[in-house]
Ligand binder design. Sequence first.
Ligand code: R5P
Length: 318
Amino acid sequence: MNRFGVDFPIAILSGSSHPVLAGKIADKLGRKLTSVDCFKFRNDNTFCKINECIRNHDVYIIQTSTIPVNDTLMETFLLIDAAKYASAGRITAVLPYFPYVRSDKKDQPRISVAARLVADLLSTAGVSRVITMDLHSDQITGFFRSLYDQFYASAAILPYLRKRDLANHVVVSPDIGGMKRAKYVAVQLGLPLAVFNKQRMGNNDQVEVAEVIGDVDGKHCLLVDDEISTGGSVLRAYENLVKMGALSMAAICVHGVFVDGALDRLEEAGIDEVVCTDTLPQDGDAHRFLTVLDITDILAEGILRTHEGRSIGAMFGQ
Ligand code: R5P
């Protein structure tokens, strides 16, 4: 029974994007994943069926934005719709890496704001609440018409970074937009902060780094970002930091998207270490310099608190 006097059981459902994470969350909560079938017909239409009764249940659908992104997203909508038709009591979409997260503003003429559209479509599908982790920007939090909570991977990243000797280290943000996130890490670790003034050239993932604000000469750098996709931002930052006299650089991100052989290129460039979390499926053994941090505890604890009507902010010192 939760504090509102409502007695409805939790059901944890996994989309096909990250069954390992969903399974670990279910284990942590002492539950079995609710059986679900999702597949594509030969005509490319997606089909989802929930194989167990979830009537009046508090349903959590675990899905993250893996490639092919549009298929994964459609599956999310269909699972929400299926849960609604199955008379779920409440439906929460747990989307650690939010689909289309970087399309968060109208900064060119005649473009869509896809992250806002996704938030709208989740509501249309019938979601009661959305849970995400470390969104690309704060304005996205205002896109949701449903209830909404953001979780932070810093609860996994900070303990990992505190294990190393942080003498002579500086936290670096690869761009002005990420400064708040990097500053939080710097403050928590008691380290100075440096910030790059990064510019994207057009829409083809090309990055140009103009200048850095802060002192990196003779320092070990911890580059902190929300995600690494092509690795272009990290590579440009590394090249510039080396030119400016930095001794080494580790790249720390929440979402390891790693497209187009990004990890190989980062390793070849001589970057010391890449750290990400498992908001996306990772093969931590594939690269000697990739460390994957587990966010199961954060998501499981947040789901339990949501179910019981307890504070989420308290998990993150808010
Ligand atoms: C963009 O502003 C983000 O914060 C990341 O810096 C970006 O998504 C990384 O992408 P890439 O690895 O392709 O440079």
